[in-house]
Design a binder for this molecule. Sequence first.
Ligand code: UTP
Length: 429
Amino acid sequence: MIKIRSEIMNDKLVEAQKILKKYDQEHLLYFYDELSDEKKEILLNQILQTNFDLISTLYKNSLQTTKLDIETVSPLSHLEKNKLSKEELDYYINIGETLIKSGSFAVVTMAGGQGTRLGYKGPKGTYELHFKSYNVKKSLFQIMCEDIKRANTKYHITIPWYIMTSEDNDTSTKEYFKAHDFFSYPKDKIKFFTQGKLPLIDLNGKLILQEPYLIKSASNGNGNVFKSMKRHKIIEDLEKKQVKWISFGGIDNVLLKNVDPLFLGLSIDKNYQIASKSIFKENPLSKTAVYCRKFGKPSILDYDDIDIKLSVSKFKNGMYKYREANILSHLMNIDAVKKVSDLSLTYHRAFKKNAFVNEEGMKQVPDKPNTFKFENFIFDSFAFFNDMLLLRVNENEEFAPIKDFTGIYNPDTAKEKYIKYWNLNGLST
Ligand code: UTP
């Protein structure tokens, strides 16, 4: 017998109520009776598709604070770009350039973040820096595009460019590129793909509503890039194009070098599968994440694990053991990407500011962080390898991120570094 729509809806409602009771999330149906049929269906479908088991496990696990045993931490050795001789530079650059010219190199830009700290409406990549004295405005996407285009011109190729978006910013990102005619990048060489998302949780372990009929979810971290590349057949596409090396970077560092033949040449010549760039962490007391080994495997000492004893410890030769800060600039060969796309990375808990619908059905915008978000970090994939290349570069040449308006990584400091760098190198902004 064919069920009519109202019966199907009723079945869904009963099922949803059962699930919500089990996970103590019944408040999600608080406004149900006031919704239109269409919105009722959207909400019920969302509830039925949500993995409450995963969310509740992640939340419970995140409440248990496990202190890192510093005995399990050891240094990860690094190379310093400044210490390479002219001959060494030429040698490695040549290897990298040969690979780039052969068309075996691609760029992935991770632009699926929420950008909560910046609080800018719209995808972070569309945020514009205004270079007033040059009367020029450039968005972060344009800056990234120009960086890759410079390499295209130099090596007479078009590097395939993959941009990871979130379900929240995918449409607006694509529309933005269309409206700007893809900044003259060959359209068929740019591919957008969306990353995964997870519901957010408030301080009481409750999911929140973004609208009376919509559960608030957010992208689940840049470490989701590998699974998303697999899901959207980006890995297949890379293999079809015979790409051997892929650079991974964020959207918010205006000095990111997406195409760096030295970095590539070193990785290839020294037979690594994965590589990262670092900058020297000047202040040992700061909470900046640094590279290390955990249980012998390449890793990162994250914010909560930073220990002053580790931060000030030195080798006999006077070199610091743990002062290589992460700048989200990585390289991986295709085999490494394939390998990690099949693995499940750890989830980390972040505390972020997110608007929500309150008990009166009104949208409330908090003035401080109010929700937990669960994220995979790209660097957690490193622990699946025995070793990696770590290359220390110069902060003023390669690191000018935009995170918020009040901290050290604000639009003005980024702009200043960008202008200084490009002027120094004789290029106009
Ligand atoms: P951040 O960790 O700084 O996050 O991302 P964010 O989203 O830009 O800003 P906040 O923390 O909410 O204020 C570093 C890079 O990783 C990307 C971001 O777009 C940025 O380029 N990212 C982050 C993703 O692609 N997906 C995510 O889920 C998170």
